[in-house]
Design a protein around this ligand. Structure first.
Ligand code: FUB
Length: 339
């Protein structure tokens, strides 16, 4: 499959239960869905999983993706369009290998695709590519974003128009190598009693192609204001940051990686601190858990993935289900569909 448009109908889906059991597309493997509404249409920016034949290891080398396809639909449950290849690794001048979880934003009459990929020295950096259309094709900038590192960028626009990028991922995502924004190839995973590595944030410049400030750590804390230690690995940050705003509060959600939860933490500023509140999504089938949370026509939705179609951890399929915020601002945790 390359470049052409394929459509799949999910028109008969009505309840959230059936949404939970239904991959959005099955002609390609997709993961890490970052959803947005652009121009009254829902666009999903996923990773495009492939069977590359790269042996599996703890660094995630088997997630050896080489391009992006963007999906769109006019409503939840509507027909899905796959817009074909939006960006190919061979057209990113500085890229080495592994196109991981992307996100997108719209500003300056331009669509921006943000993506992590290892550079030619095998260090994850974050790149940006632009298009006049939400579905691309996208043209990559010649260099990664200066001072960017690690994986899983997500871009959030606050009510005052300012854009922030949240990013980072430990283990294969290399965040443990970047204390104080300085690279140390020997930077080790934290020991059980040590404080966990923190996710990162930076404001974006008006041209959306650079950081407008020094990258900062984000404090994720418990109800007493204490940072999590590595041993609290059902609560500490691993990867897959996402930000949404609800009733004036900032909701930072993320994957706990090796314990497989999507959790959320709430704060009063885009920079945090964020206080841990609970689970958004319980572990899905497959090792990774990665999501986005979006309001569409006054309802909130959780986009996520599992491995229902393949049974293989690196060949995932994206899904969507409704997400409920309770009156007190808490989120009702989603129990995923398990065969
Ligand atoms: O898709 C590759 C990696 O797997 C992502 O960057 C992580 O968030 C995990 O889902």
């Amino acid at each position: 499959f390359s470049g052409c448009v394929k459509k799949e109908s999910t028109e008969n889906i009505t309840s959230s239960d059936s949404l939970l059991s239904q991959p959005l597309v099955s002609h390609i493997y997709t993961a890490d869905p970052s959803a947005h509404v652009f121009d009254n249409r829902i666009y999903i920016y996923p990773s495009h999983d492939i069977e590359a034949g790269t042996p599996e290891n703890d660094n995630g080398d088997h997630f050896d993706m080489r391009d992006y396809h963007i999906l769109s639909m006019d409503s939840i449950g509507g027909e899905i369009t796959d817009h074909g290849v939006a960006l190919d690794i061979k057209n990113i001048p500085w890229a080495g290998r592994q196109l991981w979880a992307p996100d997108a934003a719209f500003a300056n009459d331009t669509y921006y695709l943000y993506f992590p990929v290892k550079d030619k020295q095998d260090i994850f950096r974050i790149g940006v590519a632009t298009s006049t259309k939400p579905e691309g094709p996208f043209i990559a900038e010649p260099e990664p974003i200066a001072n960017s590192y690690s994986i899983d960028p997500t871009v959030f626009q606050d009510d005052d128009g300012t854009f922030y990028m949240y990013f980072g991922g430990i283990w294969g995502g290399q965040l443990q190598r970047w204390d104080n924004n300085i690279y140390d190839s020997a930077g080790a995973l934290r020991k059980a009693e040590e404080l966990a590595v923190l996710p990162r944030v930076a404001k974006l410049s008006p041209d959306m192609k650079q950081f407008a400030e020094k990258v900062k750590e984000i404090k994720l804390v418990d109800e007493n204001g204490n940072l999590f230690t590595e041993t609290q690995n059902d609560k500490r940050f691993f990867e897959a940051a996402w930000m949404h705003k609800y009733n004036g509060k900032y909701y930072f959600s993320y994957s706990t990686g090796d314990t497989h939860f999507i959790n959320y933490a709430v704060g009063d500023s885009p920079y945090g601190p964020f206080t841990y509140k609970g689970v958004v999504l319980h572990p899905v089938q497959g090792w990774t858990n990665h999501h986005s949370i979006v309001e569409i026509n006054n309802k909130w939705y959780l986009f996520y993935h599992d491995v229902q179609l393949s049974g293989k951890t690196h060949l995932r399929n994206v899904k969507v289900t409704e997400l409920k915020h309770n009156e007190d601002g808490s989120i009702e945790a989603v129990q995923p569909y398990i065969i």
